[in-house]
Design a protein around this ligand. Structure first.
Ligand code: VTB
Length: 329
């Protein structure tokens, strides 16, 4: 099922990217997010699968669609009985602010696996350390950022001064930023979007060697799915903002111990992992949506873990068959 599903899933992220890209620079992040979510929801129902959203836009009472527990896919109730159950984690628009301001690196993204193959992460924070395949297994989130900068540099055969760490620009990271600066590494501060940065660590040529710091937990699970497909690594620890979040984590079957380190396969354990992402605004990893008379062109990354294939997909979508645009190389 997996390779075929992966190719179907990319249609979902492509549709969401085209819908969201219409809002680029228009200062309306909620509209961009809604457009992406609606397109994702609509396209998912065209796929022959019995899917359940395990990471989505929120709880049933707070999100109109792609809420946690929502069933997606073309299969009706009866057909669902006999078909393979698929769990799906979506982030219809990672970087709503980036799109609203016309800035780089916004993506639409999802991960899927057999039932139970993705951690049901609550909407809280995770402290993350993400690296690519060459560095995987050589870092340790329980050690200092300084120590990890040295380990990353050593694994890559570089000087610390020649590695780049991505960190979300937030007051909570002031100490981390100061420490990484003192260690001598280069830093790329981002306003949003640690998920695409994390994937970039595992794709050489992006110039990103690690992601450090605290970001969203749901996105951490999707990050894990991508890094597992690419042979990279995420190490993570829950960082709850309050007791309510801690209780919620527990009720969802998670360990509420902030000391526990989750590794890549703890967050995305499935063997039939599928990952798809499409660029909305151009960035380090993917090109953004380019509109032209009669169509749009999208750039996506699609992976199936078992199949061990990583595909970059360049798609031209024609909006009007009666007036097809000329397709360019
Ligand atoms: C955002 C977003 C990240 O985490 O920062 C969010 O840009 C949480 O941080 O990509 P804030 O609450 O401080 O904004 C991510 O969504 C994903 O991990």
């Amino acid at each position: 099922m997996e390779p075929l599903l992966a190719l179907e899933m990319v249609r979902v992220t492509e549709a969401a990217a085209i819908a969201a890209a219409r809002y680029m620079g228009r200062g309306a992040k909620d509209d961009a997010d809604r457009a992406a979510t609606e397109a994702m929801r609509r396209t998912m129902d065209e796929i022959d699968m019995a899917g359940t959203i395990v990471i989505g836009e929120g709880e049933r009472d707070e999100a109109p669609m792609l809420y946690i527990g929502e069933e997606v896919g073309r299969k009706g109730a009866e057909a669902r009985e006999g078909s393979t159950a698929i769990d799906i984690a979506v982030d219809p628009l990672e970087g709503t602010n980036l799109v609203a301001h016309g800035q780089a690196n916004a993506i639409t993204v999802l991960a899927a696996a057999e039932r139970g193959g993705l951690l049901h992460a609550p909407d809280t924070y995770l402290e993350k350390l993400c690296v690519g395949p060459v560095v995987a297994g050589k870092v340790d989130i329980t050690k200092s950022a300084t120590e990890n900068c040295h380990r990353i540099a050593e694994a890559l055969g570089r000087r610390v001064a020649d590695i780049t760490i991505v960190i979300l620009e937030r007051p909570r990271h002031d100490d981390l930023i100061a420490e990484v600066r003192a260690a001598g590494a280069r830093i790329k501060l981002i306003s949003d979007g640690d998920l695409s940065a994390a994937i970039s660590t595992a794709v050489s040529g992006t110039g990103v060697h690690a992601v450090m710091g605290i970001g969203g937990a749901p996105e951490g699970v999707i990050t894990a799915a991508a890094l597992r497909c690419l042979g990279g690594e995420i190490q993570a620890r829950f960082r709850f903002r309050n007791d309510e979040e801690r209780a919620r984590a527990k009720s969802m079957g998670n360990d509420d111990d902030e000391g526990r380190v989750y590794f890549t396969a703890d967050l995305a354990s499935g063997d039939n992992l599928v990952f798809a992402a499409t660029g909305v605004t151009g960035g380090d990893l993917l090109e953004g949506v380019r509109f032209f008379g009669g169509g749009a062109r999208t750039h996506s990354l699609v992976m199936a873990y078992h199949e061990a294939h990583v595909r970059f997909i360049d798609t031209v979508q024609m909006f009007d068959r009666s007036r097809p645009p000329s397709v360019r190389l």
